[in-house]
Design a protein around this ligand. Sequence first.
Ligand SMILES: [Zn+2]
Length: 443
Amino acid sequence: MNSNKYQPVIGLEVHVELKTKSKMFCSCKAEYFGQKPNINTCPVCLGLPGALPVPNKKAIEWCIMIGFALNCQVSNFSKFDRKNYFYPDLPKGYQISQYDEPFCINGSIKLSNNKSVGIRRVHMEEDTGKLIHQENSTLIDFNRSGVPLVEIVTEPDFESVEEVVEYLKKLQQIVRYLGVSDADMEKGNMRLEPNISLRENTTNTTNKQILPIYKVEVKNINSFRFVEKAIEYEIKRQSGILNQGKNPIQETRGWDENKQKTVSQRIKEEAQDYRYFPEPDIPPLRFINSQISNLKSQMPELPTDKLIRFQKEYQLSKYDAEILTREKETADYFEESVRIGKLQKVSPKQIANILINKKVDFKNILPAKLIKGIVFSIKIDFVDKSKLRKIIQNVLLKNQKAVNDYKNGKIQAIGFLIGKVKQHFPKGDTNQIKSTLEKHLKT
Ligand SMILES: [Zn+2]
């Protein structure tokens, strides 16, 4: 099989769970990980008749901030819709989501190969309950029901697994920088759904605009590694079908880690199958421009900007700056150390080297202590051997009494001599000075 015969066309839907205190439409605690089942519930998130949802302002603001970070347009008008489908984890029989008026649209994000990936939309919805399958029964935990969920949908702009993984890492980094989600894959804070199809490889750019007539969506993946494997598997599987002159069917599949393959789950439903209609219990939302610009002004510095600034401001290589800005905590720690180090004439580069090459335990070593350590080791380096020898010879000449005392067995006299030498090297390593002195005294 010629692997270059087809060009992958990949889009992504990513669900990011927000770490707000309360749920999306009620005041129940949103934290569900490690909690006793069904304790954080109320008539709203249990979908009891007559219960009225009230949107979580913080969650909406955070959703919009994600939109800003992805260079989206934020709409002045938006609304919630009901997405109707039946599944036991959804007690209302519908999910409150956004259909045709999402909070944010038309964004983009740049990859390292300079390619711009389109962000179609960023919208707000609620999470469902959690099904726990047992041998002969299934239990439902509604603690997760109604937890704020942001869905980020890209255009089908990815052409390789590498591009997908880079985007996902960037997105994870962005939401962590914003402080709106832990984006912990293992806890299910970030769930990935790639859609994959193949087109014949061509240099003809008009053909590149035409999307394949089918698309296979792989649902609910919770690891970057699995996304890679699922996409690689789909590329192989679909090329096999295309090579037989057939078309893969449009469907939803799941990644089976044990079997190392994707398995068919259901034939893909279309948007009309959900019978979306406006949520009658929540009035549409209108934002005036000052509200939007006010939110924008609250945006923290994002990873890409920090990366550029670190290189410029601290004269770091791109490589160093990348490592230091990968996580906001590391970047903050570095900058705090730079501020303290400045007073002690420790350069940002020296701090960067220590942070990158030595595994510094941020939680237990405060920046001030780190700088102290650096100053100390730098001064030790500074005591160069020939300079030390010269100073020692001088001290010995000027302090004959102490020298004689030492030579006559009063070895504690060396303390006096060390003190004299140390006047020249206040932060010098005492052990180094002592052993050099001893050598001189023996001759
Ligand atoms: Zn509730």
